[in-house]
Design a protein around this ligand. Structure first.
Ligand code: AMP
Length: 221
């Protein structure tokens, strides 16, 4: 299955994508994760991307599209994939159309995850991530047993550079101006299902799974 997850930063796209990818046995392609991996490895691309990410701005299209094109051409993507965080601009969507055409592939479905801005700010400013295993916590809604320490692997919990309130507000502005227009761009030509993410993570997971025809989700911590 070839899926795209759309939605503002903080709606939970990434965490839902991880579960879906596992359930559907397809790769999860997150441009944000790819950039963060380059940053950790101190590559030239990572250094360049970080300048934009830390400010809550989009990494320029010319640095982004080639990463996705080469990823989609890899063998493990031939039977399906989940795109998470790409495309984020109309230009990127046009580029994606071309690459998919070239590969004779079509998107099966877009899941558009929806949440109001106030809840997003609350979610992202309280989000903490394990530096070691990537598990996601929230200081109020999903606090670890011991403050600052991952329940699963005892790694250190950190706040993402771009999860401070000022940067979150900028990321949301960028979303409304640059990424939200993608909804209209795809409407009518790719099946799109809206999923509200205003309840618990597990409830959203069930809705996402049923949207793609999976009966139930076994949600792991
Ligand atoms: P995410 O993890 O998806 O929230 O992405 C974190 C940051 O990475 C974004 O705020 C952007 O700075 C950058 N980024 C991720 N995906 C893209 C994309 N498709 N185009 C441009 N910038 C991106």
């Amino acid at each position: 299955m070839r899926l795209m997850l759309l939605g503002a930063p903080g709606v939970g796209k990434g965490s839902q994508a991880v579960l879906l990818a596992k359930a559907l046995s397809v790769p999860h392609i997150s441009t944000g994760d790819i950039f963060r991996c380059h940053i950790v490895n101190n590559t030239e691309l990572g250094k360049e991307a970080q300048k934009y990410m830390d400010k809550g701005m989009l990494v320029p299209d010319e640095l982004t599209v080639s990463i996705v094109a080469s990823r989609l051409k890899q063998d493990d993507c031939q039977d399906g994939f989940i795109l998470d965080g790409f495309p984020r601009t109309i230009n990127q969507a046009v580029f994606l159309d071309k690459v998919l055409d070239e590969l004779k592939m079509q998107l099966d479905m877009i899941i558009n995850i929806v949440l109001d801005d106030r809840s997003i700010i609350n979610r992202l400013s309280g989000r903490r991530i394990c530096a070691k295993c990537g598990a996601v916590y929230h200081i109020e809604d999903k606090a670890p047993a011991n403050e600052g320490i991952c329940d699963l692997c005892k790694g250190e919990l950190i706040q993402r550079e771009d999860d401070n309130e000022e940067t979150i507000v900028r990321r949301l502005k960028v979303y409304h101006e640059m990424t939200k227009p993608l909804i209209d761009n795809y409407k009518g030509r790719v099946k799109m299902v809206d999923v509200e993410s205003n309840k618990s993570f597990e409830v959203t997971t069930q809705k996402v799974f049923s949207a793609v025809g999976l009966k139930s989700a076994k949600v792991e911590a």
